[in-house]
Design a protein around this ligand. Structure first.
Ligand SMILES: Nc1ncnc2c1ncn2[C@@H]1O[C@H](COP(=O)(O)OP(=O)(O)OP(=O)(O)O)[C@@H](O)[C@H]1O
Ligand SMILES: O=P(O)(O)OC[C@H]1O[C@H](OP(=O)(O)OP(=O)(O)O)[C@H](O)[C@@H]1O
Ligand SMILES: [Mg+2]
Length: 282
């Protein structure tokens, strides 16, 4: 049975459970459940604190985990990312009151508050900057107002929390993060059970980012139309009862669907439809 760690709280937990559900796995019914078995799929899910997941996976007691890339790196645990999942996207940045610092070099002798000491200490050490790091569990933005630090390093998504605290980012982003699937460093990712789990999640990612497009066009326009909708391998083209017309079917990126429909219409395609993809295996 495959043993998988899933975030039990915070930004990662809802979207992770939703993705697993879409991939056909049973999920817990209430938030106090700490572990469940999905006997049909032969998988056991452990609901753990996102910060602890890399540690469990690196110990080898759990086969796979879902966590944030920033949490994985911060932990220093011997685990590696094997599939990015596209949710809980954020950047990790330095911020301070305007005029305090422009660059990481300006942190020399200053105090930086953060919940991600591992990332910050590593970043400062790589650049040879000697600064103190103070660990706080959360609401790090307030640390400057209350005089605990001159600078913070924190997760930024919309930037609202920073603006509300009168702070501004400076320097290059320290890292970009998103939810990722992790495995113990050096463990065999080719194992059939692991591969099946990854294919299921990849299927959800593809179903979320592509739509199926169908349309009719005149044979003379087929090459132009196919150039607009090349599909993954190549589009399906079927004859219509009306001679001189064909029906075309191809997957297209959901974000580009409206533009492609306009372009197809302009070259004479008609009855252009898009439909959602619920699941897929590429
Ligand atoms: N506002 C946010 N937008 C996107 N991702 C976020 C946000 N806040 C945290 N994350 C991501 O969530 C993970 C942190 O997990 P954590 O359990 O600390 O979540 P949290 O939402 O901050 O929960 P908590 O309520 O405990 O602070 C990291 O990968 C981080 O990048
Ligand atoms: O750029 P924004 O959209 O404002 O999002 C970023 C904020 O979200 C997270 O805070 P969270 O709500 O998890 O509280 P915490 O600081 O106590 O962890 C993170 O720590 C930032 O403070
Ligand atoms: Mg938080």
């Amino acid at each position: 049975m495959l043993r998988i760690a899933v975030p039990n709280k915070g930004s990662l937990s809802g979207p992770a459970a939703e993705m697993l559900h879409e991939a056909g796995y049973q999920q817990r019914r209430e938030s106090k459940e700490l572990r469940i078995v999905d006997p049909v799929n032969e998988v056991e899910f452990f609901y753990l604190r996102p910060r602890d997941i890399a540690i469990y996976v690196s110990s080898g007691r759990l086969d796979i985990g879902i966590t944030g890339r920033d949490l994985l790196i911060d932990s220093g645990a011997k685990a590696e990312e094997i599939l990015p999942l596209g949710f809980a996207r954020s950047t990790f940045r330095f911020a301070a009151k305007p005029g305090t610092a422009n660059d990481v070099e300006d942190l020399k002798g200053k105090t930086v508050a953060t919940s991600y000491e591992g990332i910050v200490a590593g970043h400062l050490a790589d650049r040879g900057v000697d600064a103190s790091v103070v660990h706080l569990d959360g609401a790090v933005e307030t640390a400057i107002e209350l005089g605990v630090a001159e600078v913070i390093a924190d997760v930024v998504e919309t930037g609202t929390s920073l603006r509300n605290a009168g702070l501004e980012v400076f320097g290059e982003p320290i890292m970009k993060s998103e939810a990722v699937v992790i495995r113990r460093t050096g463990a065999d990712t080719e194992e059939p059970k692991v591969q099946q789990f990854l294919r299921r999640l990849q299927g959800v990612l593809v179903a979320r980012t592509y739509v199926m497009m169908d349309y009719d066009c005149r044979v003379e326009q087929l090459e132009k139309a196919v150039a607009l909708t090349p599909g993954l391998e190549s589009p399906t083209v079927s004859p219509l009862h009306n001679e001189g017309w064909v029906a075309v079917r191809a997957m297209v990126p959901a974000k580009e669907a409206q533009r492609i429909m306009d372009d197809l219409y302009d070259i004479g395609a008609r009855a252009i439809l898009t439909t959602a993809i619920h699941a897929c295996r590429l």
